[in-house]
Design a protein around this ligand. Structure first.
Ligand code: HEC
Length: 355
């Protein structure tokens, strides 16, 4: 009876591990179309019912921009309804980091006031805005959008043809991605959630250069290896670097004799900034061995493969950007400075100097 139970439970546990591994380390494939070259959004002023607004006012948020007009029979209401549903998929905290702006290209009929009322029908917080003909032309051409006002019928009614994709501007003000018309709300929300969670904006990752694979994190950590690594870590390293890899609480305070207390090895430390061979070498050879407090050499106590298991465990505590960085998929550039909205990454100088 017992044996019968253990097998399914084992399979379940294994599946769970694989799934958790996938959740935390899996690559994100964007559903929207990622621009090969992110574009700094032009400094544009629009008129909303609250007064003039500038795109820069929303730095730190993700902006979803859509061009349309309120008399639009089907395309615009569908797009706005999809945006509303995409935001509904997110938690209120996540949704608060997104600003939807609906820009009317039909300023002859749409006023900032009527636009304000129109977008409110979809979701509170959506902004409706428009501008003079020149402002609209400047804005549409800046984003590669097009529109055409058709000749009026006998009653003076007219329709407007317009591009119907949704433009996504990242927290640093870069146009990085567009959702084609009809992108399912669930797919949009997946991309949005990824962008909200990612500390380094995708624009910075793309701008970082050709060494970076913009949307794929190719580092896969096998959950079982992580587990073995954790066990070994607890036996060989935890007494100095802490059970949770957080290092000695006072690691940043320099000691009088010039030695260093054990630094953190998780994402708050700088271990992720070493290449894999350098890290292996550091653990094998130790560091500052002549100092009273030092990193001991492990080459006689542990085989290389054992150290590699420990490194896999350490990596499971790093974020996707740090993993990408260590594996050379991403470089840190000035643009990679996180915005005030996100928690800053540690500076790229190692916390403890190498001899
Ligand atoms: C006896 C205490 C001690 C043990 C045990 C120990 N370390 Fe260290 N470790 C240190 C100290 C102290 C430093 C800082 C050394 C320096 O820079 O002078 C350090 C530094 C490091 C660094 C460099 C981190 C950085 O950001 O520069 C890594 C990586 C590291 N240790 C990994 C390990 C691993 C993996 C183990 C287990 C196999 C381990 N350590 C076991 C004390 C220890």
């Amino acid at each position: 009876m017992k044996k019968l139970f253990i097998l399914p439970a084992g399979i379940l546990l294994f599946t769970l591990f694989v799934f958790l591994g996938y959740l935390s380390f899996g690559s994100h494939k964007f559903n929207g179309e990622v621009l090969q070259q992110p574009m700094k959004a032009a400094p544009i002023v629009l008129r909303a019912n609250t007064g003039p607004i500038r795109l820069e006012d929303y730095r730190g948020k993700l902006v979803l921009l859509y061009f349309g007009y309120t008399s639009c029979p089907d395309v615009c209401p569908l797009s706005l309804a999809n945006l509303k549903m995409a935001l509904n998929e997110l938690t209120p905290e996540e949704a608060a980091q997104i600003q939807v702006i609906f820009v009317s290209v039909d300023s002859a009929r749409d006023t900032p006031e009527s636009l304000g009322n129109y977008v409110k029908l979809f979701r509170d917080g959506f902004i409706g805005a428009t501008g003079t003909r020149e402002e609209i032309d400047l804005m549409t051409s800046a984003f590669g959008a097009k529109y055409k006002i058709n000749p009026p019928d006998a009653n003076g009614n007219y329709s407007v043809d317009h591009t119907s994709f949704t433009i996504l501007i990242d927290r640093n003000g870069y146009y990085i991605l567009k959702f084609p018309h009809g992108t399912p709300p669930l797919e949009m929300s997946e991309d949005l959630r990824y962008l909200i969670k990612n500390e380094i904006p995708v624009s910075a990752q793309i701008l970082a250069g050709p060494t970076y694979t913009p949307v794929v994190c190719a580092v896969t950590l096998v959950p079982q290896y992580v587990q073995v690594g954790e066990w070994m870590y607890q036996h060989h390293c935890a007494q100095c670097h802490g059970a949770e890899l957080a290092g000695n609480p006072a690691w940043q305070i320099p000691l009088e004799d010039g030695s260093h207390l054990p630094p953190p090895l998780d994402q708050t430390g700088s271990a992720w900034q070493y290449s894999e061979p350098d890290l292996l070498n550091l653990i094998k050879e130790g560091r500052n061995l002549d100092q009273p407090i030092h990193m001991p050499a492990f080459k006689s106590a542990l085989a290389d493969w054992e150290i590699q298991f420990i490194m896999t465990y350490m990596k499971s505590k790093w974020d996707v950007n740090q993993l990408n960085y260590q594996h050379g998929f991403m470089t840190l550039t000035p643009q990679a400075t996180p915005t005030s909205q996100s928690t800053p990454l540690p500076p790229p100088t190692p916390a403890t100097p190498s001899p």
